[in-house]
Design a protein around this ligand. Structure first.
Ligand code: ATP
Ligand code: MG
Length: 198
């Protein structure tokens, strides 16, 4: 009995703390979410959140700044969705090419697509996948991108993924989640597989 009472009074206290926090969150606007860190789960989390928006019939766009090695499962699933625009940019941007001029041109092209979408309030969500590498390698300037993000439509949500995140993006973000690499199957000798990695 004693234990139950203690539990109940703790829960009542917790509820009142939560209720106050909920009452204090009154703003309604889109958020900038950054998903960073070396662990697995950034892009898949971004696409999962996009699926959540699509479930509510909200229009979304994806811009992939680096093209992966194959058609991913998420691309095959979403490309024909009437509310999704999917732009695969950065063709040829790989560790193998090392063609800096070509990479910079690809980065700028990807940004010019993103910049337009950041002015279009019909899009509820933009996923800028692997965008953070563009700053790491100095392929894009950060200042105009910060400005464009700050001036985007008020209700528009933006998710940026990438292992390392530029500090100016962190300064203006609303939510930052770090996916930490504690273990990865690859280091256990397990091959990348369809449906998990791509
Ligand atoms: P995912 O797309 O699975 O959510 P991610 O976006 O967090 O992964 P990236 O840094 O974009 O990870 O790397 C993309 C690819 O590398 C994915 O196939 C992913 O499974 C794999 N990967 C991610 N983290 C690691 C890691 N720590 N070691 C080895 N491979 C990884
Ligand atoms: Mg990724």
């Amino acid at each position: 009995m004693m234990a139950d009472n203690t539990h109940q009074s703790r829960m009542i206290k917790k509820k009142s703390v939560m209720d106050k926090k909920i009452a204090a969150a009154t703003q309604e606007r889109g958020v900038l979410i950054l998903l960073k860190g070396n662990g697995k789960g950034k892009s898949s989390s971004a696409f999962g959140t996009m699926a959540r928006s699509l479930g509510h019939d909200k229009k979304c766009a994806v811009i992939q700044f680096i093209k992966g090695r194959s058609e991913t499962g998420e691309y095959k699933l979403f490309r024909d969705h009437p509310l999704v625009d999917w732009h695969i940019m950065g063709h040829g941007f790989t560790w193998e090419t090392q063609d800096k001029t070509q990479d910079i041109a690809a980065a700028q092209k990807a940004w010019s697509v993103a910049e337009k979408l950041l002015q279009d309030d019909s899009y509820s969500m933009l996923v800028l996948d692997e965008m953070s590498y563009m700053f790491k390698y100095h392929y894009l300037e950060i200042a105009p991108i910060v400005t464009a993000l700050q001036h985007r439509p008020k209700q528009q949500n933006v998710i940026i993924t990438g292992r390392t995140m530029a500090l100016p993006l962190q300064d203006i973000a609303d939510t930052i989640s770090v996916v930490r690499d504690e273990r990865h199957a690859f280091r256990l000798g397990i091959k990348a597989q369809q449906g998990i990695e791509y």
